[in-house]
Design a binder for this molecule. Structure first.
Ligand code: SAM
Length: 273
């Protein structure tokens, strides 16, 4: 029996039988399209179908080939994004149709991006895949905020951690995180910011430790609020920062005073617009 007989005609492309489907897990970087790798830009320009993540900036999306089919897997549906299992199944299905799929993810696919789970699903289904690294938010956002993640005088190590702790899940190792001479970069930590600052101080970091929150780093909408563990949460709330935000804790944050170089585009007031 011919396995192709049952496929809907719409899924059959010329030569579809000859070319196996393949999925490219591509990092889109933190927002500025100039931070894409050449590999990512080339794949976007040639894309046949793109499965989008919520965090991919409009400027990066503008580089997707106009003929490409774009599937928004990060779209809010009743305030929920597409479940990870559904995304995995979608990637497998598209590849089994013989399509070349770009799975475009904010930052780097393998840093808090669930790219590992997607790659596992593809491997288990026997689908060929490739991983194209992207600039992770920690590197891109800190650079555009003028905050070096390490510095010989201030930080000999740097940890990337998630501030999104599962309900009832294990607590972070606060004592390990509250070490001097290191920089902490906290992804997805906006909602838990007051708790994070309190716990770091309770586990040994000075309440005067400098810290910053960067909203929409590397983009024209970048905003940076600095303070200390003692007052950062209140400052961020007063400034009304919104996700996506990255938190950086450590002495290196002081260097921003000297090293801030990126000027986001001025916000036009209603009167000027
Ligand atoms: C699900 S994680 C994805 C991380 C991504 N894979 C990476 O490597 O950057 C989403 C979090 O990344 C951080 N993030 C991503 N882009 C950002 C940006 N442009 N500015 C600030 N934070 C950002 C925020 O903490 C956000 O909540």
């Amino acid at each position: 029996m011919n396995a192709c007989v049952d496929l809907p005609r719409s899924l059959l492309r010329p030569g579809a039988g000859a070319r196996p489907g393949r999925v490219y897990l591509v990092g889109a970087g933190p927002g500025d399209p100039d931070l894409l790798t050449l590999r990512a830009a080339r794949l976007l320009a040639q894309a046949e179908v793109v499965v989008l993540d919520q965090l991919v900036s409009a400027e990066v999306q503008a580089l997707i080939a106009p003929r490409a089919q774009v599937i928004d897997a990060g779209k809010q549906r009743q305030r929920h994004t597409m479940e990870q299992d559904e995304i995995n199944a979608l990637l497998v299905r598209l590849a089994r149709q013989g399509r070349q799929v770009v799975r475009l993810k904010g930052g780097d696919p393998f840093v808090f991006g669930r790219g590992g789970e997607e790659a596992q699903a593809l491997a288990e289904a026997g689908i060929e895949f490739e991983v194209v690294p992207g600039i992770t938010a920690a590197c891109g956002v800190s650079a555009y905020a003028g905050i070096p993640l390490t510095h010989r005088d201030h930080a000999q190590s740097c940890s990337f951690v998630t501030g999104h702790v599962k309900e009832g899940g294990p607590e972070p190792d606060w004592a390990a995180l509250a070490q001097p001479q290191q920089t902490l970069v906290i992804y997805m930590g906006l909602a838990a910011l007051p708790r994070i600052c309190t716990q770091l101080a309770a586990h040994g970091l000075s309440p005067e430790t400098p810290a910053a929150v960067v909203q929409q780093g590397t983009t024209a909408a970048q905003r940076v609020v600095t303070g200390t563990l003692a007052d950062l949460a209140a400052r961020v709330q007063a400034a009304g920062l919104r996700s996506p935000c990255l938190t950086i804790v450590g002495e290196v944050v002081r260097l921003r005073e000297q090293l801030a170089w990126f000027e986001p585009a001025p916000v036009l007031s209603a009167a000027c617009a």
